[in-house]
Design a protein around this ligand. Structure first.
Ligand SMILES: Cc1cc2nc3c(=O)[nH]c(=O)nc-3n(C[C@H](O)[C@H](O)[C@H](O)COP(=O)(O)O)c2cc1C
Length: 199
């Protein structure tokens, strides 16, 4: 890929299939891609000090904001927990603001069964009001995730694995095209504090 991509993993689990998928995407995307396991940022729960200039959140969010800022596009890896995205994804949305404006996002739903669509719907419906990310129409759903993207694949999973691997390559290529186009788009849209939040 030509662009700087940040791959965000929203799994709550220590041993996470989403982390494995994030690493696979990073290998495919090349040296400009970074992975961030959001849980490892160990951010406290949001509180109202967030609104205070110079308050504790400026320090707490410094590393996270520079990761978001320096990337030109994102991948969100969203495991399905009880038919929704994880609570970390909701926390994340409280912390993201103008650094992500008009940058494209590739969504990846993850399930160890046949699910994975609900976090995609959630992000498409509720994932970009104030942060103004541009969620691209191409998305991925990695079903039976424990059997996908492994070093060795059981014979019964070879077809599904081949499909999701080629679809992943296609989706990353699409994200790269959107990311390149958004560099131009972002030059033409100036930040308007009055209209910082979406309606
Ligand atoms: C609390 C919890 C709830 C889950 N609920 C669902 C679900 O509603 N639908 C589904 O397809 N999988 C569900 N799963 C299975 C996950 O999709 C599976 O564990 C997957 O590996 C999670 O990704 P992770 O390993 O990156 O955390 C659930 C798992 C957990 C831990």
């Amino acid at each position: 890929m030509n662009n700087k991509i940040l791959i965000l993993n929203f799994s709550l689990r220590e041993v996470s299939s989403s982390h494995k998928i994030a690493q696979y995407l990073q290998d495919l995307a090349g040296s400009k891609a970074k992975v961030c396991d959001f849980k490892d940022l160990n951010l406290p729960r949001w509180d109202e000090d967030y609104w205070k200039a110079g308050g504790k959140w400026e320090e707490l969010l410094k590393g996270f904001r520079s990761l978001m800022d320096e990337a030109d596009g994102y991948v969100y890896i969203l495991p399905e927990y009880n038919g929704a995205a994880s609570s970390l994804y909701s926390e994340f949305n409280l912390f993201v603001n103008k650094e992500s404006n008009h940058k494209p996002v590739l969504l990846v739903g993850v399930s160890n069964g046949r699910g994975g669509a609900y976090p995609i719907s959630q992000a498409k419906a509720f994932g970009n009001k104030n942060n103004k990310v541009n969620i691209i129409p191409e998305h991925l759903i990695v079903r039976n995730c424990e059997e996908m993207f492994n070093h060795t694949t059981k014979p019964e999973w070879v077809n599904d694995n081949d499909y999701i691997m080629s679809r992943t390559k296609f989706a990353l290529d699409v994200l790269d095209i959107y990311t390149t186009a958004s560099l131009e788009i972002r030059k033409s849209i100036s930040f308007e504090p009055k209209f910082a939040n979406g309606l």
